[in-house]
Write a protein that binds this ligand. Structure first.
Ligand SMILES: [Mn+2]
Length: 383
């Protein structure tokens, strides 16, 4: 700003925050491919968080998105995989894909939360998705996961990463501000009015979509709201558990998490009926193949962090929903750590984008249901 630069010792710090530039900085070749870490200054992070908070405040607690779109599960600080996912967009119409420009063009994404913790680049992941949210608020829906809560990201990596990279004082200050933003995030999402999305799962307290709309925000401590707690934390019952197929009880204590509940097939069937939806998409649990169906495909778990925590051989997956509501699964292979994500990713993305029919896919992971509705039609491609 002319006339206001008398004490302009650090030029970068005094330049107005430019979210598009900030976003592009995250995408420049080399940064993500080689897992180099980015440098941030405190002021721009505060500015980003302020802007995203204003957007979350405008958004309903049950956020909406129309298809075609992509639904994404847990990211957990795996920045390189986040870039692969963002580049898997549909609708490029065979155009040559350049990572920088492709990522900035409009596509619709519903993220199911758990952006931070566990992986080594929580800062890049949350900063990039927040920047995309600020740039394209109606195209990027960011739901809250159980790691977008203070008590969890205190202990599982995000706070420590901020302190290590920003210093004790600045790190803790921006950590508090990020958590303020998390308290404003939407708790669930609805795709095309028929696919209900959340991080964890359903709840005995969920009897209508209005129950979700009525969850108050900011919600600093999710344990204070029983429905929000379950939406962020619950799990389907293990299919080996006899209660999973019994009629009752539909909900049990969650022995693995130590809070919230597990729910059985009957609970899923009843919930889908009661809410007049076609299916539920949730994340929250690592899967060997990146995804898993439950209750005759009325619920799907998708997990989008391949080789989770560097110690699992799991694949990741994302879910594409086309204009008519049909779903297809894209699998993200677990890559060896030294293999750079590059052109090859982009090539396979292009194939995916070009295949407008559901038939020309490489692998079928699950047997087709005999009564196939358009919404539950499912195929998979490998990315
Ligand atoms: Mn989770």
């Amino acid at each position: 700003m002319p006339g206001s630069d008398e004490n302009n010792g650090d030029k970068n710090n005094d330049e107005p925050f430019n979210v598009a530039e900030f976003c592009k900085r995250h995408l420049r070749a080399g940064c993500w491919a080689q897992e180099k870490i980015l440098e941030y200054n405190l002021k721009e992070l505060h500015e980003l968080v302020n802007q995203v908070i204003e957007i979350f405040k405008q958004e309903p607690t049950l956020a909406y998105l129309s298809p075609p779109c992509t639904i994404v599960g847990d990211i957990h600080g795996q920045y390189r995989d986040l870039i692969r996912i963002l580049n898997s967009r549909q609708g490029l119409n065979g155009k040559k894909v350049d990572a920088n420009s492709a990522i900035l063009c409009k596509a619709r994404f519903m993220f199911l939360g758990d952006f931070v913790d566990r992986g080594i680049q929580s800062m890049e992941c949350i900063s990039l998705v927040f920047a995309l949210k600020v740039l394209f608020p109606k195209h990027y829906i960011l739901l809250r996961g159980n790691h977008e809560t203070r008590t969890i990201n205190f202990a599982y990596g995000f706070r420590e990463e901020l302190v290590t990279r920003m210093g004790q004082k600045d790190g803790l200050e921006i950590w508090e501000h990020f958590n303020e933003a998390f308290s404003w995030m939407p708790i669930a999402g609805l795709v095309g009015g028929k696919i209900l999305c959340m991080h964890g799962g359903i709840s005995p307290w969920l009897n209508s979509l209005d129950d979700i709309r009525n969850i108050p925000r900011p919600l600093v401590d999710v344990t204070e709201n029983k429905l929000a707690l379950d939406l962020l934390w619950s799990d389907p019952m293990d299919q080996g558990n006899i209660n999973a197929v019994n009629e009752k009880p539909q909900f049990l204590k969650n022995p693995i998490r130590g809070l919230s509940c597990t729910f059985n097939e009957q609970a899923i069937n009843e919930c889908v009926k009661k809410l007049n939806i076609q299916m539920i998409v949730r994340a929250h649990q690592v899967q060997d193949n990146g995804f898993k169906f439950s209750a005759d495909r009325k619920l799907i778990t998708i997990f989008s962090a391949p080789r989770y925590m560097q110690e699992n051989d799991n694949k990741g997956s994302i879910l594409k929903v086309n204009e008519s509501g049909a779903i297809s699964i894209i699998t993200l292979k677990a890559k060896p750590a030294d293999k750079v994500a590059n052109k090859e990713d982009i090539e396979s993305n292009k194939k995916t984008s070009d295949s407008s029919t559901e038939d020309d896919t490489k692998k079928k992971k699950e047997p087709k249901s005999s009564k196939t509705q358009s919404i539950t039609k499912s195929t998979s491609t490998t990315l």
